[in-house]
Design a protein around this ligand. Structure first.
Ligand SMILES: NC(=O)c1ccc[n+]([C@@H]2O[C@H](COP(=O)([O-])OP(=O)(O)OC[C@H]3O[C@@H](n4cnc5c(N)ncnc54)[C@H](OP(=O)(O)O)[C@@H]3O)[C@@H](O)[C@H]2O)c1
Length: 302
């Protein structure tokens, strides 16, 4: 198939493009600035900004939507709404039959954070076009380059003692990036996934406290002292994360808001259609840390 990957310069898109090539697809990588993107061999590059109301898309059999606006200045929900509408209009004009979107886990009837509500709204808007939409919903993705994993890694590196809001006791089902990619590639090969929404997660449900403690013991060999306090506003938590980590506050704030929401798989029907051997949490963390260390070595002057 000829497949368009939006967000090709991002964390998930960066892993998906070579995986689709390996699976035998012809890939068109869509980026905003081709000067900042180095495509794998054989991949075509297409420049496009989904916030451009005049966006046009190339003719492809399927497109992946892997975009969010958390890093942009301004109201990310409004930007993501506009982006999804522009994309759907352009996909319809280009006659694209299938769209695959990676969104966020979380129960619809729960008091979802603005970020998770926005991810859900993007799902709905993408579903309004002519293409049949496959949605995969995931919690934290473990991998080098994932903003949410970067927060965890840097917290355990930098803080032996953490005063945290009560969200440390919320359940989460983190998943390793390669497993996410296996699902994303797998749904394209399985026509029965078209028009459906699936939840994906790793093999373990862990509280954020367990995620921090286990990552610390693997990464720095010590257990952090975590002191949950009843009141610590999301705004203050995000500013605190902004100080301690290098994740921008604009990205940390929506992520922190979402930590109050339980993000676990409640329906595993994807397992009937796409077979993925899930990576245990500890192994995922080790692989992600190793990938980060390799990247730093490659960048370091000889
Ligand atoms: N990472 C996680 O833990 C996680 C967990 C669950 C779900 N997801 C979902 O996975 C998807 C991808 O996330 P990610 O972690 O890969 O994010 P990311 O690394 O921040 O990448 C975001 C991508 O969106 C692109 N983008 C932003 N605004 C754009 C615009 N106006 N036009 C075109 N491209 C634009 C960025 O391009 P530039 O390089 O030009 O900025 C970048 O390639 C999102 O839907 C997210 O909700 C991620």
């Amino acid at each position: 198939m000829r497949v368009l990957v939006t967000g090709a310069s991002g964390f998930v898109g960066g892993h998906l493009v070579p995986a689709l090539v390996d699976a035998g697809h012809t890939v068109v990588a869509m980026v905003r600035d081709s000067d900042r993107y180095d495509p794998p061999p054989g991949v075509d590059v297409y420049e496009g900004d989904v916030l451009d109301p005049g966006l046009t898309l190339p003719t492809v059999d399927a497109a992946y939507y892997l975009i969010h606006s958390m890093a942009a200045d301004g109201d990310f929900s409004e930007l993501d709404r506009r982006a999804a509408r522009n994309f759907v209009a352009a996909a319809d004009a280009a006659g694209i039959d299938r769209i695959v979107y990676l969104g966020g886990l979380g129960e619809d009837d729960a008091d979802l954070s603005e970020h998770l509500r926005s991810r859900r709204e993007v799902e709905r808007l993408l579903g309004e076009g002519a293409a049949s939409l496959t949605v995969l919903r995931a919690a934290i993705i473990i991998g080098d380059g994932s903003a949410s994993f970067a927060v965890i890694r840097q917290l355990v590196e930098r803080l032996p003692v953490m005063v945290t809001p009560s969200w440390v006791r919320t359940d989460c089902q983190p998943i390793y990036i390669d497993d996410v990619i296996a699902y994303l590639v797998g749904v394209l090969a399985e026509p029965a996934t078209a028009g459906r929404t699936f939840e994906i997660g790793g093999p373990e449900v862990l509280t954020y406290q367990e995620i921090l403690v286990r990552t610390a013991s693997i990464h720095v060999g010590r257990r952090p002292l975590i002191v949950p306090v009843p009141v610590l506003s999301p705004g203050l938590s995000a500013r605190w994360l902004g100080l301690v980590t290098d994740v921008p506050v604009s990205v940390a704030k929506p992520l922190v808001d979402g930590l109050k929401n339980r993000v676990v798989v409640t329906d595993d029907s994807i397992t009937d259609l796409v077979d993925v051997e899930l990576t245990p949490f500890a192994e995922a963390v080790r692989l992600a840390l190793d990938a980060g260390a390799d990247r730093h070595r490659e960048r370091a002057p000889a």
